[in-house]
Design a protein around this ligand. Structure first.
Ligand SMILES: Cc1cc2nc3c(=O)[nH]c(=O)nc-3n(C[C@H](O)[C@H](O)[C@H](O)COP(=O)(O)OP(=O)(O)OC[C@H]3O[C@@H](n4cnc5c(N)ncnc54)[C@H](O)[C@@H]3O)c2cc1C
Ligand code: SF4
Length: 516
């Protein structure tokens, strides 16, 4: 703890630095880079322990008045590279936030604990001693209590979510309402473009304000560009002020701290390490082992009106197929984004839009452990070069998940589905027709896919020669440098990652508290 106790909490924004008009230096006990779910939990927990914490975020804060229920405008303002970031190798769009709160501001608030077998696999394959579900449950509990995480009640499900349950029940597939970090959700289905009701407990209205009350300082519009070091010790971070939405850079800054926590996300943290002289990379694993949960969405049209505008964005799910390699869930998004999944042009597309009130969209996320890639820094840019290759066996898992979704749609009474698989008809009209999905020969590029779940680029491993951080998130090659984002997952977790990232961050903060 600092001898002076906690400082005065505050949030600084771009106009503050523009007004000051000069380079600046700061000092703290701990500097945390990145205000997503992981960085926010670490910030709060360390501020609560009385440490002087500075949380640095490149993106700006958003107010409810700034949210627009327009997919394209929202993506351009809240997401990296205007929402157009993608992989090379196998092409896949990937969605990542740039805003106070990170992904939590624009995600659908699904909070899912991976079952025990996932963590058992992590422990066995990656030499981990204390990362079982039982080890992490107290941390899951602490985060869940703080955020009021609870199952979505039927009153805000709306027909498009409840029909998923109907279809699952008819086929004997276990399903459940999704646990979410919301308080007073109205079921407006617009989580991706920002919750105007402020029901979603994103970090900017939950952990971060509480951390500020405890003295944490939150400096937004600061792009960290490197970690300062001396031997095996990190000395702080340096970078530049960036203007929101334009990326124009202004003054330089340095923040000196005794402890440095990188929580800039699975793509940005390895780039920061690489740009700082290939830091923490004696293992050669920084930026390697990249994994995703590629998602496939299927749209189904029902005979009856579903008023799909109403209902939790993603509030029903089935974990029944996790061991086969996929998870099923419901979803909704702004119609401009849904249009990507609508085949046809001209009159045909207009007809599909006219069917939107009778349409539900359900998706699957796949555990593609065999499909890996890498993240490399680029010259004169903080944006990463991302390479990734979808493995043929993982493609089969994705196709199988689409087939199961088709079966659930027809069991729920859909009159047709749009499977979104190249080489197959645009529409399938019955479970029998959907049998073509069973053995369809599939190749890369045949599936419409995207991902917002990214992992493993600074993976946790008990053996310092094979991973970047230990079980507390401390870099094996450093005494005081920690990583706290989904990059430390040793493998994709098979379920939505936010809650696991927060639980691991909670454990990390506990370990840091002991050491500081
Ligand atoms: C549209 C969408 C929907 C999703 N839905 C769900 C869901 O319902 N449930 C779920 O579990 N998961 C969901 N996810 C995934 C989840 O949001 C992420 O896994 C989670 O946010 C990762 O947390 P993080 O702390 O690792 O990183 P992030 O949330 O990515 O936060 C990293 C932060 O670091 C900042 N940063 C990056 N580089 C720098 C730099 N150089 N200097 C300063 N700051 C920097 C970024 O701007 C960002 O704010 C979704 C994601 C998206 C995009
Ligand atoms: S469904 Fe609507 S009200 Fe509920 S959390 Fe999402 S955006 Fe907020």
């Amino acid at each position: 703890m600092s001898p002076d106790g906690p400082g005065t909490g505050e949030v600084r924004v771009f106009s503050d630095y523009a007004r000051d008009g000069r380079d600046f230096n700061e000092e703290a006990d701990v500097v945390v880079v990145g205000s997503g779910p992981a960085g926010s939990v670490v910030t709060y927990e360390l501020a609560k322990a009385g440490h002087r914490v500075i949380l640095v975020e490149e993106g700006p804060p958003f107010t409810p008045q700034e949210f627009r229920a327009d997919g394209n405008i929202s993506m351009a303002r809240t997401m990296r590279e205007g929402g157009l970031r993608s992989t090379t190798g196998t092409f896949m769009p990937i969605l990542q936030a740039i805003c106070l709160g990170g992904g939590s501001l624009i995600n659908s608030a699904m909070c899912v604990r991976p079952p025990a077998f996932i963590f058992d696999q992590w422990c066995t394959r990656f030499d981990l001693d204390r990362t079982t579900r039982e080890d992490l449950d107290p941390h899951f509990d602490a985060v869940s209590e703080f955020l009021g995480i609870a199952p979505t009640p039927d009153e805000v499900q709306g027909p498009r979510n409840l029909l998923f349950r109907t279809g699952c029940d008819a086929l004997g597939i276990p399903s459940e309402p999704v646990d979410r970090n919301v308080r007073g959700c109205r079921g407006s289905g617009e989580c991706y473009t920002g919750c105007r009701a402020r029901a979603k407990q994103s970090m900017d209205i939950s952990y971060i304000p509480e951390a500020i009350k405890l003295g944490a300082r939150v400096l937004t519009s600061l792009q960290v560009q490197g970690v300062l070091r001396e031997g095996r010790r990190a000395l702080g971070v340096q970078g530049q002020v960036v203007e929101p939405f334009t990326g124009r850079t202004l003054h330089a800054f340095k923040i000196r701290a005794r402890w440095v926590v990188l929580a800039a996300g699975c793509m940005a943290t390895p780039v920061l390490l690489q740009k700082s002289g290939d830091l923490a990379n004696e293992s050669g694993q920084v930026g390697q082992n990249l994994q995703f949960h590629p998602g496939s969405a299927v749209a189904g049209v029902f005979p009856q009106d579903l008023s799909p505008i109403f209902g939790g964005t993603q509030s029903y799910q089935s974990l029944a197929f996790l061991e086969e390699g996929f998870k099923l869930e419901t979803m909704w998004s702004a119609p401009a984004a849904l249009a990507v999944r609508m085949p046809g042009i001209g009159a045909e597309l207009v007809k599909r839009f006219s069917e939107l009130p009778r349409t539900a969209v359900w998706d699957a996320i796949a555990s593609t452990h065999r499909s890996t890639g890498s993240v490399r820094s680029r010259f004169r840019s903080m944006n990463p070069a991302i390479r990734w290759q979808l493995h043929p066996e993982d493609m089969k898992i994705m196709l199988r998940s689409i087939h199961v979704l088709a079966e659930i749609f027809f069991a729920a009474g859909a009159e047709k589905i749009m499977p979104g698989v190249h080489g197959l008809p645009d529409e399938l009209h019955s479970a029998e027709e959907a049998e073509v999905l069973r053995d369809h020969p599939i190749r890369p590029g045949d599936l419409v896919t995207a991902s917002s779940h990214v992992f493993c680029t600074t993976r946790m491993h008990g053996d310092p020669a094979q991973g970047v951080v230990d079980e507390d998130g401390r870099c094996h090659d450093f005494d005081n440098l920690y990583i706290a984002d989904t990059g430390i997952f040793p493998r994709c977790p098979s379920v939505n990652p936010m809650l696991t990232a927060m639980a691991l961050a909670h454990r990390q903060a506990e370990a840091l508290r002991e050491r500081i």
